[in-house]
Design a protein around this ligand. Structure first.
Ligand code: FAD
Ligand code: MLT
Ligand code: ZN
Length: 576
């Protein structure tokens, strides 16, 4: 046992934490960084930049994706208070608690006059009715939610977004703002025939101030492109996530995405300095400030951060970006139990302090799925399998100081028994391969079968109890996995089964929500509410709070055309 420990300690420390950013150490460093985000996540590209549309139609992945999901749309008579539409009920049998949703009869359906009008505003090629493109835009990344929109609009300016919304509002046409369509809660796709507005063509960088680090850009910029742009300027984005190759900054802001760096740089509520948004009636709200401090009245931009397209379309963004620091190290560690992971986090916060930039955890079951399903993944700590794995990243400005701190921390953790084995990345490729494992979990789980996905904020000390209780509840019928952003108390509870099954779903929900609520957690840590949890919001918000949200929604979007059926319970959000 003692020998094992020293072998591990030697493996961790003997190579020293060579600074992965040091060009002397890695001659390719500068070249590599040119095309990538911060060095760690992109060298050798841990998670290939992906396009959900391509993934969906890619032959490899298609075979993994569940052919059994069912959408049954029943036509039920017709009540047509606005412009006349039959109303339908949609039953979902695959997703999060079978839900029946009725198409709100207040909404009109698209006619040829509408199409002609949109063509006048946007030009022919930005009014899309092509079936292939529509089928991609109608389906979410997980292929769990599918709408039947007949129209995708691609505005190129705020003015065009404003004209679209003004018209849709006057015609009572419901819309779904869509970014990279990587959302995981069914918020980015239509439920019925809502018009899809994708602002991916609004992808210009407007300005970057090298002194303050303030970036102003259009909301359709892909996160990874912003990361690359900033890298050339010697800065980084304050957020990073596995979907960076497709997601857009407007989508990130609308979901208040968390990701892999939140432990260090905080949430978008802190980093977004301003934004421009277009309201349902076409009014353009210019809140595109670039000030760190501005206490003039209510800070309304926060309403749009995390409101998932239900209050307006975000068109421009101003964001504070931190400077890129030169010393980055990544360690992949094994822990014997969850308590050790917890203690390690506390130690990391205390001992690594300001240089800690990521603290992610992966349980044995998630790790196994990655090894079995993710191309290019291999166990960094062979031959053993451990109960838990922790990925720690440090980012600082002083190579020798950072190295000293990290080595002392690792040695101490190993001697204290918190870490049972570990390896410190010695070059960019190794660092990349560690991140490949972590960032590749969602994709691997998708390949493994049907997945019930929950994104929960739970106090760290209680977090893993839920995973264990769920295992007891489900027995052998499902694989229960826990991973996530331990540094932010954010658990990703994923339950994998060969196919979707209502009986299993009934074992999971509402138990998972009740449990989270009982422990004063949140049923959405970072993915949002979307369609999946619109009727579950009360588990995390008081009745009065939800009521006030409904009033704000009605004030800003009286006809309820913006992303209907999402975020708020149907009774509050609709105008009928
Ligand atoms: P979409 O999916 O297109 O839309 C998401 C929501 O925002 C929808 O409700 C949509 O209506 C709204 N919206 C989009 N653009 C706008 C706009 N311009 N104005 C108004 N509303 C808009 N999330 C995390 O938080 N952390 C992670 O670590 C993370 N990792 C992921 C890894 C993978 C592999 C995948 C597939 C997803 C991951 N996600 C993660 C979830 C997802 O990537 C984020 O929610 C992301 O912010 C969504 O951005 P998007 O551009 O794809 O938005
Ligand atoms: C992650 O942290 O990997 C993402 O939030 C996606 C997921 O939860 O699967
Ligand atoms: Zn996450």
């Amino acid at each position: 046992m003692r020998t094992e420990m020293w072998r591990a300690a030697h493996r961790l420390i003997s190579h020293r934490s060579k600074n992965l950013c040091d060009p002397r150490w890695n001659p390719n460093f500068h070249n590599s960084i040119h095309n990538s985000s911060g060095f760690t996540y992109n060298f050798g590209r841990t998670c290939k930049p992906f396009n959900p549309y391509l993934i969906r139609h890619g032959s490899d992945v298609q075979k993994y994706i569940y052919p059994t999901r069912d959408y049954i749309e029943n036509l039920h008579g017709s009540t047509e208070p606005c412009y006349g539409k039959s109303f339908r009920i949609q039953n979902r049998y695959y997703g999060s608690a079978s839900t029946k949703i009725q198409r709100n009869p207040i909404f009109s359906t698209i006619n040829s006059d509408d199409i002609n009008h949109f063509r006048e505003i946007l030009g022919e090629k930005n009014v899309i009715q092509d079936e292939d493109r529509l089928s991609a835009a109608n389906m979410d990344w997980m292929q769990k939610y599918k709408g039947s929109s007949k129209l995708l609009l691609q505005p190129r300016s705020t003015e065009e977004v404003s004209q679209i919304l003004k018209y849709c509002n006057s015609r009572c046409l419901a819309v779904v703002p869509q970014g990279g369509n990587t959302g995981l809660v069914g918020g980015s796709v239509p439920v019925f025939d809502e018009v899809i507005i994708n602002i991916g063509s609004m992808n210009n960088i407007i300005s970057f101030d090298k002194v303050s680090g303030i970036l102003v850009c259009e909301a359709g910029c892909i996160l990874e492109n912003l990361i690359s742009f900033l890298d050339d300027q010697g800065f980084i984005m304050p957020l990073d996530l596995g979907a960076k190759g497709s997601c857009q900054i407007g989508g990130n802001i609308s979901t208040n995405a968390g990701g892999l760096r939140l432990v260090r740089y905080g949430s978008l509520h802190g980093n977004v300095l301003g934004l421009e948004a277009v309201l349902a009636n076409g009014t353009v709200l210019d809140m595109l400030g670039t000030l760190r401090k501005d206490n003039t009245g209510y800070d309304l931009k926060h309403l749009f951060i995390g409101s998932e397209g239900s209050l307006g379309v975000v068109t421009k963004v101003s964001i504070l970006t931190p400077p890129k620091l030169s010393s980055v190290n990544v360690a992949f560690l094994a822990c014997k139990d969850y308590l050790s992971c917890q203690k390690l986090l506390l130690e990391a916060k205390r001992k690594l302090g300001e240089i800690l930039s990521a603290f992610e955890f992966i349980d044995n079951q998630s790790f196994n799925v990655v090894l079995n399903h993710l191309e290019g993944a291999r166990n960094p700590l062979p031959p053993s399998m451990h109960n838990f794995y922790v990925l720690i990243e440090t980012t600082g400005s002083d190579e020798s100081y950072d190295k000293e701190k990290l080595e002392a921390f690792l040695l101490h953790s190993m001697e204290g028994g918190l870490v049972s084995d570990g390896v410190l990345a010695q070059d960019i490729n190794q660092a990349s391969s560690f991140w490949h494992i972590r960032e590749g979990i969602p994709e691997s789980i998708m390949k493994a079968g049907a997945v019930y996905k929950y994104d929960l904020s739970i106090p760290v000390e209680k977090m893993y109890d839920l995973v264990e209780e769920m295992r007891v509840r489900l027995g052998h019928s499902a694989k229960v996995m826990g991973y996530g952003h331990l540094g932010d108390s954010n658990l990703h509870l994923n339950i994998s089964t060969p196919q979707y099954d209502d009986a299993i779903l009934a074992q999971i929900e509402p138990f998972v929500y009740e449990w989270t609520s009982k422990h004063r957690g949140s049923i959405s840590a970072e993915h949002g509410v979307g369609l999946m949890k619109a009727n579950k919001i009360h588990y995390s918000k008081s009745a009065e709070t939800v009521q006030l949200m409904g009033s704000i929604k009605k004030l800003l979007d009286p006809n309820g055309i913006l992303n209907p059926y999402k975020v708020l319970p149907g009774s509050l959000a609709s105008s009928s």
